[in-house]
Design a protein around this ligand. Sequence first.
Ligand SMILES: Nc1ncnc2c1ncn2[C@@H]1O[C@H](COP(=O)(O)OP(=O)(O)OP(=O)(O)O)[C@@H](O)[C@H]1O
Length: 339
Amino acid sequence: MTTPTLQRTPVLEIRGLDVDYGLGEAAVHALQHIDLTLHRGEVLGLAGESGSGKSTLAYAVTRLLSPPGVITAGEVRYHPRDSAEPLDILDLTPQQLRAFRWNETSIVFQGAMNSLNPVHKVSTQLTDVLKAHRPSMSRADRQARARELLKLVGIAADRLDSYPHQLSGGMRQRVMIAMALALDPEIVIMDEPTTALDVVMQRQILQQLVRLREELGFSVVFITHDISLLIEFSDRIAIMYGGRIVEQAPAADLYRDAHHPYSHGLLHSFPGLHGPRRALTGIPGSPPDLKAMPTGCAFHPRCPKVHEPCQRLLPVLTPHSDTPDRSVACWLHHPPQGR
Ligand SMILES: Nc1ncnc2c1ncn2[C@@H]1O[C@H](COP(=O)(O)OP(=O)(O)OP(=O)(O)O)[C@@H](O)[C@H]1O
């Protein structure tokens, strides 16, 4: 776990975000009422089983959702560093959106290292990003920036002349991270950035990313299936289940004491890298089918703590009264009143 010097200034505020795949009766509600804040300089981890909506959230906030995905409600407010006025990303024109992407935010997708163009040298791929978005930059400056970017991610500058197939998987992934940082974005979204790599390489790359974040001050949304990596490298974690956030907490607090039975199950489905041994229990059953969601709390059919209101009433994400930094959507912690 990192020990951040967190400034609690929001850089991205997601409010009431709903995303469907498809229209009308056939629509699948992939995200429902997502409220989430990314603070400047923090690493926010997103966890949840396959199909819980993590990638949909990443695509929606960058307006990269392709049909049949549609944003049906909500706001995504971006706070530029030098401006008092936030922008609603969902209202940006295509031209504003182009400037927003790369300049302000960038994404490293799942399996990104395989998206390098095999017929172009690393230098061309890095300088092309600069050419497209910084047209006034001279050729020499672009080359210098490309060298600097490779150095940032721990690759020797002489690799600029390599083709992707001449690099290892770890190096290709570092090149993708260098590309994501090319225009000094405020937000970097990493969707399973290191999954294809071995564990040692994954940790090295993430350690470097966290160091760069401290040096350059960007914020990170980090999505991975690997909960131990998430706990180690995130400042805060949001747990998703069936298209909703069911718990949010600082990573250390979540690790010590998860409030939602689903978070508890996720954390006890993997062996921790540090700390005392704990019994692995896993989670019985499988993730919900979004086309036939259970009534009440979507987790209730799998929940070891299920009790009366859970089948009937949907719990909403509610801040903890003593620690407002934590919130949970569970009737165990916020019993229904008068219903
Ligand atoms: N193009 C699509 N059409 C219909 N449904 C989709 C589409 N893309 C995603 N979904 C559905 O939306 C839900 C959320 O998917 P998403 O990929 O965001 O989950 P995820 O948590 O990122 O999963 P993973 O960890 O496997 O990447 C899933 O139930 C999925 O079936």
